[in-house]
Design a protein around this ligand. Structure first.
Ligand code: ZN
Length: 291
């Protein structure tokens, strides 16, 4: 069955205007987070992770289709081995678009929702987006957990349901104590919650709480957007988001409309969080219906 998705903003993520950019000018910044584990930041917007070892290369997320050439170039500087595994943390185009290049000779691992989404024809405004080519669609899927023995570590991949989308997975590197969270971490910013694809604001908060409870203090967190976070920073971020929800909830109970909340800027205290993709206003719109 073909599903027609009404939401189309996701292909334009994460920054409005990004799509009008001259893509050839977008650069990739590489940082070594742990031995042989690299974060590649594409255009100061989207994080990709590459892991190099004796078995070859494993890459997590592929950024945009349009930035695939410079991303490949940056990956090739790390190793001349082929990409054996490509993991998609979730279905959005700023994480899966590059599958077309990076997935050529790789097994692609993701939640089944990602496979379904990329295999389907989608509507984007007036346009119809065709399904991805076969080689760019995940061929290994799981719904709960998957362990992968690769490069001398057993990676633990876990599906955390109903947060950013319905099909987000996180990836744990036990030896390096690095957790890759995809868009379950918009580090330092209001998160995008894609309710049309199974996301839910409360689920998002529950997933953050679950991460805080289940990983060690010294864990390094790599989100899909924003800087690398410590667990302490995640704790503060989680608390802040909970406070913003409390503020909107209280205002709603007092009878304030969304428009009044925006006009009065009831979340002004957290204005820094609104400087990336989801503004203060959009965060109010996101959480208001669910409180
Ligand atoms: Zn996303």
């Amino acid at each position: 069955m073909k599903r027609i998705f009404t939401i189309f903003l996701i292909m334009l993520l994460p920054v409005a205007g990004f799509s009008q950019r001259d893509w050839s000018q977008v650069s990739v910044k590489t940082t070594e987070i742990a031995p042989d584990l690299f974060r590649l930041f594409v255009g100061d917007g989207v994080a990709v992770v590459a892991w190099v070892g004796e078995d070859g290369l494993l890459v997590i997320d592929a950024a945009y289709e349009q930035t695939a050439p410079q991303l490949m170039e940056a990956i090739e500087k790390l190793s001349d081995a082929p990409i054996r595994y490509l993991v998609n943390t979730h279905l959005h185009g700023d994480h899966t678009g590059g599958n077309v290049e990076l997935g050529r000779n790789a097994d692609i691992i993701a939640h089944p929702l990602v496979k379904e989404y990329l295999s389907s024809e989608r509507r984007q405004g007036e346009q119809t987006i065709p399904p991805f080519p076969e080689h760019a669609i995940p061929n290994i899927t799981f719904t709960d957990r998957l362990n992968l023995d690769f490069n001398g570590q057993i990676l633990e991949m876990t599906h955390l349901p109903g947060g950013h989308t319905g099909g987000d997975i996180i990836i744990w590197f036990p030896d390096s104590k690095v957790l890759v969270m995809g868009d379950l971490l918009f580090a330092g910013y209001f998160p995008f919650v894609d309710v049309n694809n199974g996301g839910h604001p409360q689920g998002f908060m529950d997933n953050l709480a679950w991460v805080l409870e289940n990983f060690p203090e010294e864990t390094t967190l790599i989100g899909g957007h924003g800087p690398v976070f410590s667990m302490q920073e995640l704790e503060a971020y989680h608390q802040d988001l909970l406070k913003t929800m409390e503020v909107v909830k209280n205002a709603r109970e007092k009878g304030m409309s969304q428009e009044e909340m925006k006009k009065e800027r009831i979340l002004k205290q957290w204005e820094e969080y609104g400087t990336f993709f989801i503004t203060e206003d959009r965060w109010i719109e996101t959480i208001y219906p669910f409180l």
